[in-house]
Design a protein around this ligand. Structure first.
Ligand code: GAR
Length: 225
């Protein structure tokens, strides 16, 4: 006799791994993460999307997909959240029961209380091969410096700027005649592959961290199929 409909789900379903995504920009990384989930390649769900920019594309992408999306004002500083804003972000992420905070183009530095609350559970994608070119417009820094290979890095977030343990990286060539825009576009293509794959490895419990060293992901293999 067949079990009743939905039986297998009720018996075997483990709670989903819940992502809280923070972004300030157009949201191409966020879309790639959603597409990997839709394709069954990333065992997680988006619990909430939060932006410090009211008109950010990432909020529109989330709303279009019927996902919970919120603008939360960042407060009085330019490069970080002020105390009230930090508390509001923490409340929203806790209310959404987030397992992992995913920074997808979030252009503010997260500090003290926030990182203590989500210790070891905040990841970021940065558009260079760290530790080269931390900070803003890393693709432009790479171009101006004259490197021939750059790329992107997914790392855990610590108290420094782009200094936390590296989980995965992907190399991207710098081509003759590249402009800041063409190089950034090539790096973003790599980001759209690397970030979902890295988050999938974390969601599957494959990534271990010991001090600065992480294991379990290598240099960034494609999402398991
Ligand atoms: C990405 O290229 C990401 O690496 C970068 O912002 C862009 C966001 O694009 N992040 C940083 O520079 C963080 N220091 P998206 O909104 O299309 O995902």
């Amino acid at each position: 006799m067949n079990p009743p409909a939905g039986y297998a789900d009720r018996v075997t379903k483990t709670p989903a791994f819940r992502l809280g995504v923070l972004g300030s920009g157009k949201g191409s990384n966020f879309v790639a993460i959603c597409e990997a989930m839709d394709a069954g390649l990333l065992p997680a769900e988006v619990a909430v999307v939060i932006s410090d920019v009211a008109e950010a594309g990432i909020l529109k992408h989330a709303t279009d997909r019927g996902l919970p999306a919120r603008y939360l004002a960042p407060g009085k500083f330019r490069t970080k959240l002020d105390e009230d804003a930090e508390a509001a972000y923490l409340t929203a992420l806790r209310e959404a029961r987030v397992d992992l905070v995913v920074l997808a183009g979030f252009m503010r530095i997260l500090k003290g209380e926030f990182l203590r609350a989500f210790e070891g559970r905040v990841v970021n994608i940065h558009p260079s091969l760290l530790p080269s070119f931390p900070g803003l417009a890393a693709w432009k820094q790479a171009l101006d410096y004259g490197v021939k290979v750059t790329g992107c890095t997914v790392h855990y977030v610590d108290q420094g700027v782009d200094t936390g343990p590296i989980i995965g990286q992907r190399a991207v060539p710098v081509l003759d005649g590249d402009t800041a825009e063409s190089l950034h576009a090539r790096i973003q293509e790599a980001e759209r592959q690397l970030y979902p794959a890295t988050i999938a490895a974390i969601a599957r419990g494959r990534v271990a961290v010991r001090g600065r060293l992480t294991t379990g992901f290598g240099a960034g293999q494609p999402v398991d199929r």
